[in-house]
Design a protein around this ligand. Structure first.
Ligand code: MN
Length: 453
């Protein structure tokens, strides 16, 4: 197929920082995909006047990284420039004005509504901008990207979502708000697609594109008689404004490589438990990505964890419990290595550890949440070991046969749970169904295929 690597590419990009009462950690990893098409943007303090405001965004590109990269570099500035001129008209200088005055102005529902409109305009404008670039006018841009973005004012979280990446706000250990994915089979999306002369087949726009809103994807935005927001694929984001409260704990923005294998509820349990044992947010996000990889995610993965002052704090008891668990895992691995020596395989170790039903494994992470530790321990004990990689139809040395079987069952269960909850996701068609149905298309490596409609 050429769609997947023989083993996942696990080199990671990290970023972390703090400001405006927030801390953030970011991690991105290519994983099984042949290309890395995700991008991201973090900005703490947006202008002199918007110093108390921050922006975070994740972009999940498909059919190339042009649109995701371009959007990560320009979307925020396009929105801000629109807002600067608008706010000037409103008598609130968001570029150079007084910080506290601007903060207060952004509490005014009417002004906030105007800001919301500029966010929407910004998403639509970046599409128009890209279409006038030489790279488009000369060669055409076939790639597209989802975008999930959050603006944090001192009092609000403004979510802007376009596509099926997702942002989630956790407060009091529960989900306070999560964005909804734009899937072609959602009622509103289907209506727009059909009105634009398209159809939804195998849960995709015209049977090919698995997401119904995106930046780029110009092959799906060609009807000259229709406005941008009525095309087969729309760049219009859904914008939600949520009041911040003292109870807010954290925000997570991530692409579908994460959400494919963990539900919103699982993520909240998992992240909440990890905040008790790690103070370094980068480490938490790295472990999240590795856990998702071990749970069977085959996609690029990017996530940003942003904590508020009231996020769960390091807990001595939890740290000690975790240390006991880690020591036990290392001890068991040593025993296995004593017996099998150089022939010890990651595979064998994981299957054995799984049988122990170790207590206190990370919530919703299972033994997969310890894959990084297991592998690092093995790297020290058996540095020369040879892990087999496989062709891309099976799982390779890292995603282990025993574990994979169990994972398939677990994913099936979680799929059924989600389906029962009303949200039917097409996580299983991503590779298999499409390859079956489009078996002759070997130029493409993405579940968000862009064959012209
Ligand atoms: Mn993806």
């Amino acid at each position: 197929m050429g769609a997947f690597l023989g083993k996942p590419k696990r080199e990671k990009e990290f970023e972390s920082g703090e400001g405006n009462g927030l801390r953030y950690g970011l991690c991105a990893m290519q994983g099984w995909r042949v290309e890395m098409e995700d991008a991201h943007c973090v900005k703490i303090g947006l202008s002199k006047a918007l110093a108390n405001n921050s922006f975070f965004a994740v972009f999940d590109g498909h059919a190339g990284d042009f649109v995701s990269k371009y959007s990560s570099e320009h979307l925020i500035n396009i929105i801000l420039n629109l807002w600067y001129s608008e706010s000037e008209n409103l008598g609130v200088d968001s570029l150079n004005g007084d910080v506290l005055k601007i903060d207060a102005a952004l509490e005014d529902p009417e002004i906030l509504e105007k800001f919301k409109q500029k966010v929407i305009e910004g998403f639509l404008k970046i599409d128009t901008d890209m279409k006038s670039l030489p790279v488009y006018t000369e060669k055409g841009i076939r790639s597209g990207t989802t975008a999930v973005a959050t603006f944090l004012t001192p009092k609000k979280v403004i979510f802007a979502n376009c596509g099926d990446s997702r942002a989630l706000l956790c407060s009091k250990n529960t989900i306070k708000f999560a964005t909804s994915d734009h899937k072609p089979y959602n009622e509103e999306e289907r209506k727009r697609i059909e009105n634009a002369g398209g159809s939804v087949m195998i849960q995709r726009v015209n049977g090919t594109l698995a997401v119904s809103r995106a930046l780029g994807d110009f092959d799906y935005k060609n009807s000259p008689q229709l406005p941008a927001t009525a095309q087969l694929v729309s760049a219009k984001p859904e914008v939600d404004i949520i009041e911040r409260s003292e109870d807010d704990q954290y925000l997570l923005l991530a692409c579908d490589g994460i959400w494919d294998v963990m539900s919103n509820e699982e993520i909240v349990e998992y992240i909440t438990s990890r905040l008790l044992v790690h103070s370094d947010l980068k480490v938490i996000v790295e472990e999240l990505l590795e856990t998702c990889l071990a749970k069977g995610s085959r996609d690029n993965m990017s996530a940003i964890l942003i904590t508020f002052p009231n996020a769960p704090k390091l807990c001595q008891e939890a740290v000690e419990k975790e240390a006991v668990l880690d020591a036990r895992i290392k001890e068991e691995i040593e025993k296995i290595v004593k017996v099998h020596g150089q022939d010890t395989k990651l595979n064998m170790v994981c299957d054995t550890l799984r049988e122990f039903n170790l207590p206190d494994l990370p919530a919703c992470g299972g033994i997969q949440a310890k894959m990084l530790l297991i592998e690092r321990t093995l790297d020290i004990l058996v540095p020369e070991r040879h892990e087999e990689t496989t062709d891309n139809t099976s799982s390779g040395g890292f995603n282990l046969p025993g574990i994979v079987r169990q994972l398939a069952q677990e994913r099936e269960l979680s799929y059924q749970r989600r389906a029962a909850g009303g949200a039917i996701r097409d996580e299983f068609d991503d590779e298999d169904n499409r390859f079956e149905l489009f078996s002759d298309d070997d130029d493409d490596d993405d579940d968000k295929d862009v064959t012209p409609p």
